[in-house]
Design a protein around this ligand. Structure first.
Ligand code: ZN
Length: 311
């Protein structure tokens, strides 16, 4: 196919308190809240999007925050780690910042020749900050406390834990255009060369691992990126042709999507670059307004009253 999957588009996870979520991702990690909208299936809960200045694909982490939700459990058939890329020389800053904010973290470690730092968000979602081998030239989103030399640049990799890596590996390589790059014990690293960043998926094979439970602090799905709807629908034909159930095209306001469950049990989405986050508010005001999809606009005041305070 001429237009390939361009790495990771976004990752969607579930959290508890929306207010704590906003504070952690915008203040502690210094990400940009690029969109404040509601769950299209449940408009009295938020859907929050964090990324770089414009919400570029490959930088977008989204949350459905449910106040008081029980905590999930990491396990097989899940995305179990979200990896961000940070600049060379920034670990000293990040170690101190994680300490200062009482964030649970590990010591700096190394895999596949890259140093990384593991931490948990307030709901227990697992992250890694990695200094990528190849310099990450993506533009920084700076805050008053986190400047260009330390900013999170966007995704580096995601990790899927699986009982048997082969069926998922086949989807990655035969459908999504990834190649096996390296193996270390039970971790298999896949990469696509169609983009320079946010292009790595690690499969960790643990035969006896019980299935994870998706609730607070866990990943709901990962979305892979295509340029446009034409390519999206070409992938739909390929995946449906393999006998895998895949949804029709769904309009997510900021992108168009398809969803299917890969054979390893993880919900995969394919999402387009178009139209992007500036479709319903000015590019320099992203994330500052509560944006509702057209079907809920007439219920705005009721929805605003029901949503929790964010600040
Ligand atoms: Zn999604």
């Amino acid at each position: 196919m001429e237009n390939k999957i361009k790495g990771i588009h976004h990752v969607t996870a579930i959290s508890g308190s929306a207010k704590r979520n906003v504070n952690f991702y915008t203040h502690t990690l210094g990400l940009h809240l690029v969109k404040k909208t509601v769950n299209f299936d449940d408009p009295k809960t938020y859907h929050l999007y964090y990324g770089d200045q414009t919400g570029s694909p490959g930088t977008i982490l989204t949350f459905f925050p449910w106040e008081g939700i029980t905590t999930g459990r990491r396990g097989a058939r899940q995305v179990t780690e979200i990896g961000y890329s940070v600049p060379q020389g920034s670990f000293e800053f990040w170690l101190k910042r994680l300490e200062d904010h009482n964030i649970i973290h590990n010591k700096i470690a190394e895999k596949f020749g890259e140093q990384y730092l593991t931490f948990l968000d307030p709901d227990g979602l697992k992250f890694e900050l990695t200094v990528a081998k190849n310099e990450d030239t993506r533009l920084p989103w700076e805050t008053t406390e986190i400047k260009v030399e330390n900013t999170i640049k966007g995704f580096h990799q995601i990790t899927i834990t699986t009982n048997k890596m082969e069926p998922t590996a086949r989807i990655l390589t035969e459908v999504l255009g990834f190649k096996l790059l390296a193996q270390s014990v039970n971790r298999y690293r896949f990469i696509t060369d169609s983009v320079a960043n946010a292009n790595i998926v690690d499969l960790v094979e643990v035969a006896g691992e019980i299935a994870g439970q998706i609730a607070g602090g866990s990943v709901h799905h990962v979305a892979f990126r295509v340029s446009n709807e034409k390519t999206l629908m070409e992938y739909r034909d390929i995946i449906a042709g393999m006998g895998i159930h895949i949804t029709d095209k769904i309009d997510r306001n900021y992108f168009y999507s398809l969803y299917f469950r890969e054979p390893g049990g993880v919900l995969f989405e394919i999402a387009t670059d178009n139209p992007g986050f500036a479709v319903d508010e000015p590019a320099d005001e992203l994330g500052t307004h509560l944006m509702l999809p057209p079907q809920y606009e007439s219920r705005r005041s009721e929805i605003e009253r029901a949503l929790p305070q964010l600040y």
